[in-house]
Design a protein around this ligand. Structure first.
Ligand code: CA
Length: 82
């Protein structure tokens, strides 16, 4: 859950998820993360069945592009908007 004040700012368009454009298009980034190309999304911006079961770390944000894009396009992920 996002703190209420952050949620209000987000809803007002003042806060955005890193790598997500105002129109909702997603920049998946690159495959430079430690857990890239293992078939599970390790980018903690997302939630859903396509996510890995291992602990998520901030270092993987925008560095697991192929896994996350594949799962997202399969409908197994959505953006975690808090
Ligand atoms: Ca991965």
């Amino acid at each position: 859950m996002m703190p209420a004040i952050a949620e209000a700012a987000f809803n007002a368009g003042k806060l955005t998820i890193r790598g997500v454009a105002e129109d909702g298009s997603i920049d998946f980034g690159d495959d430079e993360g430690e857990y890239a190309n293992d078939g599970e999304c390790d980018d903690l911006r997302f939630i859903g069945s396509g996510m890995t079961a291992t602990e998520l770390i901030r270092d993987d944000i925008m560095h697991d592009a192929t896994d996350c894009r594949t799962a997202y396009e399969a409908g197994k992920l959505k953006l975690n908007r808090g």
